[in-house]
Each structure stands twice: as C-alpha cells, then as structure tokens.
Ligand binder design. Structure first.
Ligand code: AMP
Ligand code: GLY
Length: 431
C-alpha cells in the first residue's frame, strides 16, 4: 500500500507556491496543506488550513492533530519568532532554523558582530542605540554610507545614503519618529560597498551542507536598478557572475566559517541559509544573511533542480542531508514579477487577472501566485503588491528571458507593472 506523506507549508507567496510545485515534482505521494497558502497553491492541489490560528502553538497543535510529518517554513517572521522551537517541542519535524539561529536575519547587530568575531568579510560597521553617538560616527565617516535598522523590516530597513544629511534624516525617522518600531531600537551604520550583488543559498542540517545554483535578484522597482527598493522584481539563475572560482571563495571565506561560527555560538544552523553577497573588487562580502529562501530567487532556482524535495527538507531537519542527491539541469531560469501599479508604495487591489492558463500553455513556464485573491464571484483578483511571478527555463539565458516575457505578455490586469530588464546583467556575460 502506498504511504501518503503529509506536509504543511507555512507562507502564501510566490516562494511558497514554488516550494509546493517543487515538492509535487517528486514521485512520492504527498498530501500538502498550507497556512495561509494562496489560490494558486489551492489550484495545484494544496489544502488550506481552515481553522483559526492565533499563534504558532495553535499551528503546532493543528499539525499534530493532522499528523503532519514535515513542516516547511517560507517567510522569516515565523522563524524569528521561534516556530521551529514550538514545533520541535511538540515532537514535530520542521524545516527551518531555531529562534536562536534565526537571529542571523532577525538581528543585524547579531549577524554583524558574528562576522566581525569570526573574520567573515563584510562592510565595516558600528552599532548604535543612541542617536547622538550615531551622528558623531556619521560626521567622522562621511557619505556615502548605509543606515540599517537591526530588526526585521520586510526588506525596507536598509537605507543607502549618498549624503550625511540623508543619513541623519534616516536616523531621525528611526529614532525620533520610530517608523520601524522596535526593529529600529538598534541601528547599524556601515560602509557602502560597491559591486554587483548575488544571492547564494545553502541547505544545511548543521553538519553537512549543499549549495544551490546562485541567483541575482532585481531589488528596485525601475529598470536599470532605479527607484525605491521592493521585495524583489525578478530573478534569474544561475548567475554567471558567480563562476566556479568565485563560488569556491564564497564557500571557503563565507559559508564554511559562518556555519562553524553558528555552531560555536550554540546556535547550530539548520534549514536554508540565504547569503546576500556583494562582489567587490576585494572579493565577495556579505551584505546580509537571511534565514529562509529568497523571493523571487526561489522561483528562479527550484525549477532547475531535480530532487526529491520532501526528502531533502526532511533530511535537513533530521541531520542526514549528506544522503540527499540532486541534479541541476543545464540552462537558465528567469522569473519576472508582475506587481500592482504603485508598489512598493500605495496600490489598489481587486483588479481582475486573466491569461494565466494561456501563459502556462506555452510550456517550460510556471506562473507562481503571490498577492492574488478570489473575489465574491470566485474570480482571480490582485490582492497584494507583488501579484505573480512568471518563471521560464531554457538552455540559453536569452531564450529563457524571451519565453518569460512571452508569458508576461499573456497575463493581464489593470495596472500590471514589471521590469523589462530581468537578467540583463547575466546577458552581458553571454555576449
Ligand atoms: P539588506 O536589507 O541588508 O539586504 O539591504 C537591502 C539592499 O540594500 C541590499 O540588497 C543592497 O542593495 C543595499 N545595501 C545594503 N547594505 C549595503 C552596503 N553596505 N553597501 C551597499 N549597498 C547595500
Ligand atoms: N529577494 C530578496 C529576499 O527574499 O529577501
């Protein structure tokens, strides 16, 4: 008799939809639930948790009652709040770091101190809880400079300042207006690094680790990296800037020492570690760590990796990752995010979405749902800033780009906004 494995995915964005699709590619029989999930995940056969959940204890109780044998966490907030500890206490298996290990994202003061203590390359910095001392440091260092709140800020907590005045305004916002609440009680001020950025993902069970193909995100809303930062407007993988030699340096100078440092700090890291890298003239440096998969990087990486993801995630949680095998398809995957007009500022919701099936019928293409809801007439409508991610793969990057944009052209909703230059940085290398 076939045994059905039961999975719970926590989260409901494009990243979680991509995690679901990757899991469902396994030959294993899976019964997948999501909390909160989204209509795209539901369409793909995932059931949404339909009980009121007030906190992670409630969700752990629900998971126990429903005999969930693996929980996979997408976003950072539950991890930083300690969802893994709560589930472990209930005897449940969960993919994601403990609360102590998730500090690597939840507290930039912690991660910067960790890098300093263990000699991991990153921007020079100092940490402040007092505005006057921060001002004095700004005067001493001058601009350009970067002001960051230490706590979680949904990707909006790093302010790159070209003048000291801008940096002082940022401090006023953080310390006086308390725009970031508790997350802004501690501030990191650091040197501005120059170079291209790349996203590196490491799966680890705390002992062994495996590195996924590198990606590049596109953070700003406008083409050519202009305008305000967003959660990410598109990604592609593998990123040619991270060639074998650079990845070997990242592994030796950053990945290995970071995992060892976490172990020494009694915060053994289990799950996926996302390292934002700046490729500077002096070599790779850490911009930040995240305790989770990236969004939209996941939508651009997972379609290329052939793996029994149920087994891989479970192995991470259980300390047997070295048994897991995967293969990476040759070729490239490009993911273009479709956003609501006005994002990352104010935007309207409830715009009817059409053309998704048409886009998907093109083949070698997935449409992942993010800010999508169902209206009273059960129509798909926009419900968030980032609405969909269209991912397409092909042997050549230029073809993956063309296919992804063909898919994008099929999908319509009022105010559809997207970048037209996703993967342009990578195409430079193929010319
Ligand atoms: P973070 O929230 O730390 O990932 O920062 C968000 C974005 O701000 C990064 O992806 C970079 O584009 C930019 N950034 C952060 N820190 C620095 C830095 N020290 N130098 C240059 N750019 C930075
Ligand atoms: N794409 C960047 C992030 O997930 O934080």
């Amino acid at each position: 008799m076939d045994f059905m494995n039961t999975v719970l995915i926590v989260g409901g964005g494009g990243r979680e939809h991509a995690l679901l699709k990757a899991l469902l590619r396994s030959e294993r029989a899976l019964c997948v639930f999501a909390y909160p999930g989204n209509p795209g995940m539901e369409r793909d056969g995932c059931m949404l948790v339909d009980q009121p959940i007030e906190n992670w204890d409630d969700l752990a109780k629900w998971a126990s009652e429903n005999e969930i044998d693996l929980t996979i966490v997408g976003p950072e907030v539950p991890l930083v709040e300690g969802i893994a500890d709560t589930f472990n206490k209930e005897g449940l298996t969960i993919f994601g770091p403990s609360k102590a290990a998730a500090r690597i994202e939840g507290s930039k003061a912690f991660s910067k101190d960790l890098m300093k203590k263990y000699g991991i390359p990153t921007a020079d910095f100092q940490t402040f809880t007092d505005k006057n001392k921060a001002h004095a440091y700004l005067e001493e260092k001058g601009a350009p400079i970067v002001v960051k709140v230490s706590g979680l800020a949904a990707g909006k907590g790093a302010i790159v300042c070209d003048t000291v005045k801008e940096a002082k305004d940022a401090l006023k916002d953080i310390f006086d207006k308390k725009s970031f609440g508790e997350a802004g009680e501690t501030v990191v001020i650091e040197e501005k690094m120059s170079g291209e950025e790349a996203s590196v993902f490491v799966l680890t069970d705390g002992k062994s680790y495996k590195i996924l193909p590198a990606a590049q995100d596109h953070k700003t809303i406008g083409d050519n990296d202009t305008g305000p930062n967003t959660g990410g407007m598109g990604a592609y993988s593998p990123a040619p800037i991270v060639d074998g030699a650079l990845m070997a340096r990242i592994e030796k100078e950053i990945i290995v020492p970071t995992l060892a440092a976490m172990e020494k700090e009694k915060s053994r890291y289990r799950g996926v570690l996302f390292i934002g890298i700046m490729v500077t003239k002096e070599g790779p440096k850490v911009v930040e760590y995240n305790c989770r998969f990236g969004d939209p990087e996941t939508e651009a990486i997972l379609p290329l990796v052939q793996c029994d993801w149920y087994e891989a995630f479970k192995a991470c949680a259980k300390g047997r990752l070295s048994d897991v095998k995967w293969s990476v398809d040759p070729g490239f995957c490009v993911s273009v995010v479709l956003a609501s007009k006005g994002y990352p500022g104010k935007f309207e919701k409830g715009k009817v979405i059409s053309g998704i099936e048409m886009a998907e019928s093109k083949g070698a293409l997935d449409v992942y749902f993010a800010g999508v809801s169902l209206d009273k007439q059960e129509r798909l409508v926009t419900g968030g800033g980032r609405v969909l991610a269209v991912s397409s793969w092909a042997p050549a990057l230029i073809d993956a780009v063309a296919q992804a944009y063909e898919g994008v052209a099929e999908i319509q909703f009022d105010g559809k906004t997207f970048r037209k230059d996703i993967a342009a940085k990578g195409l430079k290398y193929t010319k």
